[in-house]
Design a protein around this ligand. Structure first.
Ligand code: PGA
Length: 225
């Protein structure tokens, strides 16, 4: 199966920079070979702009989102429901990123509720885990949901630090994740760059990229040969 390479822009970029990024990425990739399917997950405020740019420039990109409401449509001020994401053209949704756990106290139960919403909307959840809560996170999901998720292994000490994790350790944790979740596709995230991406793609099904996704030149070098 094709590898999956996901750009997580986090809380960065304004409208013009977002569409320029898509245009420049499209120009850079013309006639080149991707290492896999490439997804871009902008903040909510840029989803529509990025989707329009993807369509307008015929960009080799799929739309992702960084989070979702744990509730369906309803009286939940400030929330964005999974059905709204689907309507915008989103296909992949990150759930339970370590920054959401750390800064917004997101729990395993909330992550599980979000996974349900994402699946109900017909989208693909990418559940972010760290080694110590792999078991608990898998246990929080309904058994029929386990096989439907993608898992992103994101060791907190590697996320946004420049200290990417040793690929041998990643290989061990991928096994632990499959013991807990079943035969799921597992991505690695944590200071992935154009220089180390090749190693990770040998031991897992893709990568989740934060810092190195912000500049087109970095992300192009990471995603294309
Ligand atoms: P990083 O972020 O690539 O900047 O380490 C990864 C992530 O948070 O998804």
């Amino acid at each position: 199966m094709e590898k999956l390479l996901i750009a997580n822009w986090k809380s960065h970029k304004k409208l013009q920079a977002a569409s320029q990024w898509v245009e420049q990425f499209t120009t850079a990739t013309a006639g080149k070979n991707p290492r896999g399917t490439v997804v871009v997950a902008p903040p909510f405020s840029l989803l529509q702009t990025v989707q329009e740019a993807i369509e307008g420039f015929e960009a080799p990109l799929i739309l992702g989102a960084q989070d979702v409401s744990k509730y369906p449509f309803g009286k939940y001020t400030g929330e964005v429901a999974a059905a709204s994401l689907a309507d915008l053209g989103v296909r992949y949704v990150l759930v339970g990123h370590s920054e959401r756990r750390r800064h917004f106290n997101e729990t395993n139960q909330e992550v599980a509720a979000k996974v349900s919403q994402v699946l109900e909307a017909g989208l693909i959840p990418v559940v972010c885990v760290d080694r110590e809560y792999v078991q608990d996170q898998a246990a929080a999901l309904a058994s029929d949901q386990l096989e439907k998720v993608l898992v992103a292994y994101e060791p907190v000490e590697a996320v946004g630090t420049g200290n990417n994790q040793d690929v041998g350790v990643v290989q061990e944790v991928v096994k632990e994740i499959r013991q807990a979740f079943g035969e799921v596709r597992v991505l690695y995230g944590g200071s992935v760059t154009e220089f180390n991406v090749g190693e990770y793609l040998l031991v897992c099904d893709g990568v989740l990229v934060g810092g190195a996704s912000l500049e087109v030149s970095d992300f192009f070098a990471l995603t294309y040969h």
